[in-house]
Design a protein. Structure first.
Length: 147
């Protein structure tokens, strides 16, 4: 599960996402796209910022509330993609919180944590479908397809 550093990955993803999608964000990745003119949807900005990465709880709470409102049994049934910008150690807590909620299919990048041994990576891939960020166009296509 190796990842090459992709400096502009999150900027390019934000630009590539369809204009009818919303980016819910907290943490460092937002600095890659928060100055872009991504427009709005019905007067609501497409980028909704919850704050710093330690404010990610707000985003998890929103997802849990959406799950309830839509009467879903599993948080993974929501049309949400979880992409964690791995710039520093606080992202570990965000990742662990999402895993504790049962979230699957999380993308990590642009680099992976140094402590991620092959055995730990295998457990995360096998049990949670964790994957590294990749080609922007392919990742956005996968996101839009619900993967």
């Amino acid at each position: 599960m190796a990842v090459k550093p992709i400096v502009n990955y999150f900027t390019d993803v934000a630009k590539e996402l369809p204009s009818d999608t919303v980016i819910l964000t907290a943490g460092c990745a937002k600095f890659r796209y928060n100055k872009l003119d991504l427009g709005d949807i019905g007067g609501i900005p497409r980028v909704l910022d919850a704050g710093q990465c330690n404010d990610s709880y707000s985003l998890a709470y929103i997802a849990l509330q959406l799950k309830e409102v839509f009467g879903l049994d599993d948080i993974n049934d929501l049309p949400i993609s979880y992409d964690i910008a791995w710039y520093e150690q606080k992202a570990v807590i965000v990742l662990l919180a999402l895993l504790s909620l049962g979230v699957k299919g999380i993308r990590l990048g642009p680099t992976l944590p140094a402590f991620l041994s092959p055995n730990v990576a295998k457990v995360l891939v096998d049990n949670f479908n964790i994957k590294p960020v990749g080609d922007v166009k392919e990742d956005v296509a996968a996101i839009m397809a619900g993967n």
